[in-house]
Design a protein around this ligand. Structure first.
Ligand code: ADP
Ligand code: MG
Length: 915
């Protein structure tokens, strides 16, 4: 769900605008009581065929739904604002409100008007039966098929960390983790929760303030007991190791689900503590810059998921999204996934069979959730039947192939899970009618022949229908009215209808045969017809109503039985559903590998990184779609001895694409997919960082340079020898000098201290002076060629340094007027003339001395020609970067900049224009 701040609704709570309840009509008094219990929610108040909203709720909903605001009666002398939606189609309106971030309380009629009358009650009894919130929906119309709908609960731990628990009631998934406060942003970016529960004390946390308003919740005291109770166990040790705060968060989430579902808990998997599992760490900025699950500017196909998703089921798509959002960081489990993909890639026949059987397979996990909450439709039973049928087809295909060569463990496991020990599918197949009605209240869900008693009741009902047709003939004869018709009326049941004149005759002078059972009893006079009944018709009507009612009751009973049968087998069904999703993901990975010639990456424990002929999956797909020519594959070698790649080249040459394709290679490989390359050897990455220089992030609309520096600081503080860092034009968000200074210092720090694998794209050509000084640094450049005065981008990466920046050529390509270009050429020549012999970054005039602090700075002495005496440089050298918080780093930068600005006036001219 989008978390843009504009989606944040005005609170539904307007206590000052809610009038006193006193003096309300009986129904409105119920409304006031329900609203008082749910002040944060819009109240959907059932009145006959509509759900109505009143007062401020009505105003908010009318605006959000773009429906008419009307008024209904008065309350304490003021008109009552009202709007309403039809009950039969209320789900689509609910969906729109939930997507806008509202919560909705559903207040239903709990009895019929007749029942109320019998009790002599002033109005029908109504109750809030459910609270619908973004994180607790189960309806198909309210859910995104391919996205999990996480409800995330947060509970502070005593040591300042946060317990997090997230569950998806639409599938039953449930996980927990203990995170530091600083990691909260990354967790939110990874999960993209539909709704966050947090105590008031956390509401102001910056990571939460950016998204939709969290739902306030209190942290329960007896968390362990609550969680244990929910799963019917006495101790939780068997589930894994949890921190206290993780369990507190889990209990918070469970409590909240209970409240929203009016006490009922859906079927949930046991909570899984995720902290122990090795996952690739990526922060929010990295995810944004790599566009993993969504693209900032482009459409749905312009993100990694959109470009590589070949899954054919919604559950498979959800699992793939979860894996790309959370790749692994352990070689064993990654290799197990690659084994599965490899087997399905090698056996195209098996892959085709699996995918064909998966295609159109229903979403069993979500159907199961609706069944467990007793909020299901007939099609949910059919989904279990069809899903299990597909599962056994796939199991058969796997068994057949396993006979030839043993299946890799993940596939073998999935094959086992596809055949649950107790399988309700055969019974469902016998029980369900071929075409199912949409709603549970409609008759005809259970197939004929499944239940003798139901068949008997239906026969009775059908016989009575036949008897009515016969009675119509008899009555027409007895009453002497050939045009007599027996019709059913909502209120009176079956009545015999005759033209008015005939009706008059019947009333005044009934024919001789119209006696006894057939004696006419007048019921209604209409404009053209009169309606009668008689003892025979009334008797038949009663029999028919009884038979129909009996059949309906029997059908309800059977449906309850079927639901219980399914729920008794729920654990096995859930496992089969997971196995289907898992197979879908592996088969899809094999499919794209076959389609686009991807390779199996070799994942090692060494700090390797060697990609041969790598491609960017999104750009490749976009070029193919737009017939924009072929993508030029590029190698990338960051193996020891050349850990740092310093990439130069003009704008539009392909620098950013190269950076991202190599970062994405890690995401794909560690998520368990093959990669778009001819060969890839990747040393396990523990943390992945990707940053885009501020000027490239204008669309983000943030205070750019400040953000850029805070993010750079985060990398310098966190990246280690197993990390991969791609930095795109860092330092370009500020004036040339400090930008260059920062880029320079950051590059040195990455080289000496972080010792991580790095690709660093820059337009500061001065940085290439570092090539001879940092032993691990390898300069590379995007090749361009000049052809008849035009620049031609070759999109290929070559060792070395860009000879020139081609800025004016790119300006020409972009359509800058000829006169301006001519003038710029003159200015450039003059600037180059002045700069000649003034290369301040050459060895003779080292502008920067590397700080001696930190490990690995061997060789400093050889380079330490006396530094020029600018105080800013001394100050920079004195900074202990390892000890700085992001905030302190930023302050230090501002101080440095202030010192430098004092010096700009005396700066040599050559430094002013790197491009
Ligand atoms: P830079 O960062 O150097 O300005 P980009 O990486 O943004 O350049 O690339 C600009 C455009 O060039 C891309 O949108 C893409 O269309 C094209 N491009 C980049 N790399 C390649 C490549 N390897 N093969 C083909 N086209 C490419
Ligand atoms: Mg770029």
């Amino acid at each position: 769900m989008s978390s843009s701040p504009s989606a944040r609704p005005a609170s539904a709570r307007h206590p000052d605008r809610l009038p006193e309840a006193e003096g309300a009509s009986p129904a409105m008094a119920q409304w006031f009581a329900a609203k008082a219990a749910h002040p944060d929610a819009l109240l959907f108040f059932r009145l006959g065929d509509f759900f109505e909203l009143f007062f401020a709720d009505a105003e908010a909903a009318a605006e959000a739904l773009d429906i008419a605001l009307t008024y209904r009666g008065e309350h304490r002398g003021e008109r009552i604002p009202m709007c309403g939606v039809p009950a039969h189609s209320h789900e689509s309106y609910l969906a729109r409100l939930i997507r806008r971030g509202f919560r909705v309380a559903i207040c239903e009629q709990m009895e019929t008007p007749e029942e109320a009358k019998r009790r002599k009650a002033p109005t029908i009894r109504r109750e809030v039966v459910r609270l619908v919130t973004p994180g607790t929906v189960t309806e198909e119309t309210l859910l995104e098929a391919a996205r999990p709908a996480w409800l995330l609960a947060l509970a502070p731990a005593r040591d300042g960390r946060l317990g997090a628990a997230w569950l998806d009631i639409s599938t039953g998934a449930f996980e927990t983790e203990l995170v530091s406060e600083g990691e909260l942003g990354a967790l939110l970016a990874r999960l993209e929760p539909a709704e966050v529960l947090a105590p008031a004390s956390l509401a102001a946390h910056p990571a939460l303030a950016a998204g939709p308003r969290p739902t306030e919740a209190t942290v329960p005291r007896d968390a362990i007991r609550r969680v244990a109770e929910a799963f019917g166990v006495v101790a939780l040790e068997g589930f894994g190791e949890f921190a206290e705060a993780e369990l507190a968060a889990a209990a918070m989430a469970l409590d909240y689900v209970r409240v929203t579902q009016r006490g009922a808990l859906p079927r949930l998997a046991r909570p899984v503590p995720r902290g122990g599992l090795g996952v690739l760490q990526m922060d929010a900025a990295t995810r944004r810059s790599l566009e993993i699950l969504r693209s900032e500017r482009g459409g749905p196909r312009d993100c990694l998921l959109g470009a590589v998703d070949r899954t054919v089921t919604a559950a498979g798509a959800r699992l793939l999204a979860a894996r790309l959002a959370s790749p692994l960081a352990e070689t064993g489990p990654i290799a197990a996934r690659h084994d599965a993909v490899e087997a399905l890639l090698a056996d195209a026949g098996l892959r085709g069979a699996v995918r064909a059987a998966l295609k159109g397979a229903p979403d069993m996990a979500r159907a199961l959730a609706r069944l467990s909450l007793d909020r299901f439709a007939p099609r949910d039973l059919a989904a279990i039947r069809d899903g299990l049928t597909r599962a056994s087809e796939i199991a058969a295909a796997l068994a057949a192939s396993g006979g030839l060569a043993p299946l890799p463990p993940l596939l073998a496991e999935a094959a086992r899970a596809l055949r649950p020990a107790s399988d309700p599918a055969p019974e469902l197949a016998r029980a369900l009618a071929e075409t199912l009605p949409a709603r549970l209240d409609d008759p005809g869900i259970v197939a004929a022949g499944y239940d003798g008693q139901l068949d008997g009741l239906r026969r009775l009902r059908d016989d009575a229908r036949g008897a009515i047709a016969a009675l119509q003939r008899d009555l027409a004869q007895a009453w002497g009215v050939a045009s007599l018709k027996i019709r059913h009326h909502q209120q009176f049941g079956y009545l015999a209808e005759v033209p008015s004149a005939a009706g008059e005759t019947l009333l005044r002078k009934p024919p001789a045969e119209a006696t006894g059972e057939f004696a006419p009893i007048h019921r209604q006079t209409m404009a053209n017809v009169q309606r009668f009944t008689c003892a025979a018709l009334a008797g038949l009507d009663r029999r028919l109503a009884e038979a129909a009612q009996g059949a309906a009751q029997r059908e309800k009973h059977i449906l309850r039985h079927l639901r219980e049968t399914v729920l008794a087998a729920a654990p096995g069904i859930a496992e089969a559903a997971e196995a289907l999703a898992e197979l879908d993901v592996h088969a899809a990975a094999a499919e794209i590998a076959a389609e686009d010639d991807w390779c199996r990456p070799e994942i090692t424990e060494r700090p390797d990184f060697h990609v041969t002929a790598g491609r960017h999956p999104v750009v490749t797909a976009a070029l193919k779609r737009n017939r924009g020519g072929a993508f030029v594959p590029n190698d990338c070698d960051l193996s020891p001895g050349g850990r740092l790649c310093l990439l130069t080249g003009p704008n539009m040459a392909g620098k950013s694409t190269f950076l991202r394709q190599n970062a994405l290679m890690v995401v794909l490989a560690q998520a368990g997919m093959f990669v778009p390359a001819d060969a890839a050897r990747i040393g396990l990455v523990d943390r992945l960082f990707s940053r885009v220089g501020a000027a490239d992030d204008i669309a983000g609309g943030r205070s750019t340079f400040m953000v850029e520096m805070a993010e750079t600081a985060a990398i310098l503080n966190q990246a280690g020898p197993r990390s991969l860092v791609v930095l795109d034009e860092v330092g370009r968000g500020t004036a040339t000098w400090d930008g260059l200074a920062i880029a320079w210092a950051a590059l040195e720090a990455l080289h000496d201290r972080s010792r991580c694998r790095t690709i660093f794209a820059t337009h500061f050509h001065e940085l290439t002076a570092l090539a001879g000084k940092l032993p691990e640094l390898r300069p590379a450049t995007m090749r361009v060629r000049e052809w008849k005065g035009e620049v031609v981008f070759l999109h290929s990466v070559a060792p070395g340094v860009a000879e020139r920046s081609w800025g004016l050529h790119v300006a020409k390509l972009a359509g800058v007027p000829r006169a301006v270009l001519a003038r710029a050429t003159q200015v450039l020549a003059a600037l180059e003339e002045r700069a000649r012999g003034l290369d301040p970054l050459s060895d003779e005039l080292p502008l920067f001395a590397r700080p001696a602090s930190g490990g690995g700075a061997a060789g400093d002495a050889s380079r330490s020609a006396p530094p020029p005496a600018h105080p800013a440089l001394d100050a920079l050298a004195d900074l202990d970067l390892d000890a700085l918080s992001p905030r302190e780093a930023l302050d230090a930068l501002y101080r440095l900049r202030a010192m430098l600005e004092g010096a700009v006036a005396d700066a040599p001219a050559g430094l002013g224009s790197p491009e």
